[in-house]
Ligand binder design. Structure first.
Ligand code: UDP
Length: 399
């Protein structure tokens, strides 16, 4: 305890670092960890943004290294001059991170970009590094070079790799990652923060949602997630065009510079004649409340979801969930018992599943009841924090 009269510095166990402070799934995971984990866990963002604002008023405000935004936004195909500048910037950012993380016993990188910066920083600090992997590395949208670089750095520098689902873990190994370093730690949720709608919860939430968005008595489905092509909002619109008696709430904003896609979706809704049945809300911070007010939660991603937080949240809201088959979602939902799974990118199958639930309230209620009971137990935030603490204890074990 020498050198720190307050003793406070020695309490610091792990600093969780994301390259962005946008409210994406990975950042929400990080925020839940520092809010629900032991006091020695802290958050750091390599850019300023809304996630930093949310933690600002909390007992554990995040460290923000705002310079990361410029340094880490460099794209493939940039000029050699810009790439050289970015490389220099990364080294400086790593030095800043090493300084900010002083006193923490381990640094946990919560994204791929954070991994590269944190790998350098932890070398400088001589501290262990853990990488929390939120992506399916074998997905075609990762270039071979990015995939290889991430796996090499993880194999060489990370003491442990924490994958958010079995699918992500398997993809890490398939991409050349070392299986001996892997642990699976799921996203976790606090059931108390997820009100339950419908007959088994608070049925008034449906009326409140209808009043807020001007929906009539017909069924309302909700799709929650950032507006990006692979989240499949266009598939839901195409499905709705074939089912005239269903209304839809599309919740989410274009988080990573995809404003054009938002305009495209709104035009598509108009062209399909859906303007009176579909509402776009933009980003909302009250997803659990909105979920409790819709009749059905739809997940329509056209690519495999690494985890799929919105699927667990839909089930916690006590709503029947229709989701696309594959990735982490297949680990969450048991088709026909806790939800309905459909083929990604198939509007007809999606429309059919929605109509099945609309026309069979007994089935819808039994799926919702079984789904909520299942996920409340399997995806508790207390379990997530305990599992993460286990990994950290392992990393910090002497020898
Ligand atoms: N979300 C939110 N507001 C919105 C849309 C989404 O808070 O307007 C949250 C949603 O509740 C979920 C997360 O963003 O917790 C998305 O996580 P998911 O794993 O579904 O997808 P990702 O963004 O990580 O690909």
């Amino acid at each position: 305890m020498t050198g720190d009269p307050s003793g406070a510095r020695l309490e610091k166990t792990a600093l969780f670092v994301s390259h962005t402070a946008e409210m994406g799934g990975a950042e929400l995971f990080l925020m839940d960890l520092v809010r629900h984990g032991p006091p020695g866990w802290g958050a750091c963002f390599l850019a300023d943004g809304p996630a930093a604002r949310v933690l600002e008023g909390s007992a554990r405000p995040a460290i923000v290294l705002a310079a990361g935004a410029g340094v880490l936004s460099v794209r493939r195909g940039s000029s050699a001059f810009r790439l050289g500048g970015a490389a220099f910037g990364v080294v400086r950012l790593a030095r800043d991170l090493a300084r900010a993380a002083r006193g923490y016993r381990v640094v946990c990188a919560n994204s791929q970009k954070a991994l590269f910066v944190a790998a350098l920083a932890t070398r400088l600090m001589r501290r262990p590094l853990v990488w929390i992997l939120h992506d399916i590395l074998t997905d075609p949208h990762f270039s071979a070079a990015t995939r290889r670089a991430a796996v090499i750095v993880a194999n060489l520098c990370a003491s442990r790799v924490v994958a958010n689902s079995s699918v992500t873990a398997q993809a890490f190994v398939a991409a050349g990652g070392r299986a001996s370093k892997l642990h699976v730690v799921h996203n976790g949720f606090d059931p108390a923060a997820h009100p339950r709608g419908g007959l088994d919860g608070d049925p008034d939430r449906g009326a409140a949602l209808r009043a807020e968005f001007g929906f009539d008595a017909r069924s309302v489905v909700g799709l929650f997630g950032r507006l990006t092509p692979w989240k499949g909002q266009h598939v839901l619109l195409a499905a709705l065009a074939t089912v005239p008696n269903v209304q839809a709430l599309v919740v989410g904003g274009p988080l990573f510079g995809e404003a054009e896609h938002e305009a495209h979706l709104k035009r598509a809704a108009q062209d399909l004649g859906l303007s009176d049945r579909v509402r776009f809300t933009g980003f909302r911070a009250d997803v659990p409340d909105l979920m409790a007010g819709v009749d059905i939660v739809v997940h329509a991603s056209t690519e495999a979801e690494p985890f799929g937080r919105v699927v667990v949240e839909g089930l916690l809201a006590g709503r029947p969930v229709v989701a696309t088959r594959g990735g982490g979602v297949a680990e969450i939902i048991e088709d026909g018992r806790t939800g309905l799974l459909v083929t990604p990118g198939d509007p007809d199958e999606l429309a059919e599943a929605i109509m099945r639930l609309v026309s069979d309230p007994v089935l819808a209620r039994s799926l919702a009841q079984a789904g909520r009971a299942d996920v409340a137990e399997r995806y508790a935030i207390t379990t997530t924090c305990r599992d993460m603490a286990g990994v950290l204890t392992d990393v910090l074990r002497p020898g």
